[in-house]
Design a protein around this ligand. Structure first.
Ligand code: ATP
Ligand code: MG
Length: 216
């Protein structure tokens, strides 16, 4: 399976934005791109949900179920979303759905939920799914104060179980980076021994104007 699995240092850090730009970059290069997200929660909050933005970015014709097999209304961790809905997330179903999605394209862009150690069930973390899919990781992280620690911890948690970290993406990267932001980029590159890319602020609604982000 060719592709990437986009995780992040936490929730609301730019995973979907980064995954969408990566997906579009591959699609623009003529590849058939499929997308996948194990679980989406917070549908009650409105706005374009992650699976819809990923589908639009990739040009894929996958159904909601094919992209994100578990979808919940409340903005809570997936294991709790499932519990509140009276069901349990089945790891086997996630892995099968990701493989089915991958089989529809040349390249799979997966997005995790929250950070790497978020539970899908109390016995199966996002990290376990990333391992089962054996895709290189892309870690989305904010560029500002506090990001070195969160990013290095995520890299450690990934490498501790043998996951490959393809790159960290600092997002949204400002047009004129401050001293802190520029220094964070260098520190993460050096201390994490990792490739660091940056992603400028985009308008998610205007895909025509997105920059390219070629990963891995
Ligand atoms: N490059 C960027 N351009 C525009 N907005 C960005 C960018 N990077 C991060 N953001 C902002 O950060 C917020 C979170 O982005 P996004 O939805 O991609 O996060 P996420 O990590 O996927 O969140 P979730 O954990 O809910 O899946 C968005 O409101 C978005 O505006
Ligand atoms: Mg997201």
């Amino acid at each position: 399976m060719r592709g990437v699995f986009v995780t992040g240092t936490g929730t609301e850090v730019g995973k979907t934005v980064a995954a969408a730009v990566i997906a579009r970059t591959h699609a623009e290069a003529g590849e058939r791109v499929a997308v996948f997200k194990p679980a989406v929660s917070g549908l009650d909050e409105g706005g374009e949900p992650d699976h819809a933005l990923l589908r639009r970015a990739s040009g894929s014709e996958q159904s909601d179920d094919e992209i994100a097999p578990y979808r919940y209304g409340p903005p809570v961790s997936p294991h709790l979303g499932a519990e509140l809905a009276g069901e349990r997330i089945e790891p086997r179903r996630l892995v099968d759905a990701a493989h089915a999605a991958a089989a529809r394209g040349d390249f799979l862009v997966g997005e995790g939920v929250g950070g790497l150690l978020v539970p899908l069930t109390l016995g199966y973390l996002v990290r376990d799914l990333a391992r089962d899919l054996a895709l290189p990781l892309v870690i989305a992280a904010p560029p500002g104060l506090g990001t070195i620690n969160h990013t290095l911890m995520t890299i450690e948690a990934a490498r501790a179980v043998g996951l490959e970290v393809a790159a960290v993406v600092l997002t949204p990267w400002p047009a004129n980076p401050s001293t802190v932001e520029a220094s964070n980029r260098e520190a993460i590159e050096r201390l994490g021994a990792v490739r660091v890319e940056t992603l400028a602020r985009i308008d998610p609604g205007d895909a025509e104007r997105w920059p390219a982000l070629s990963l891995p």
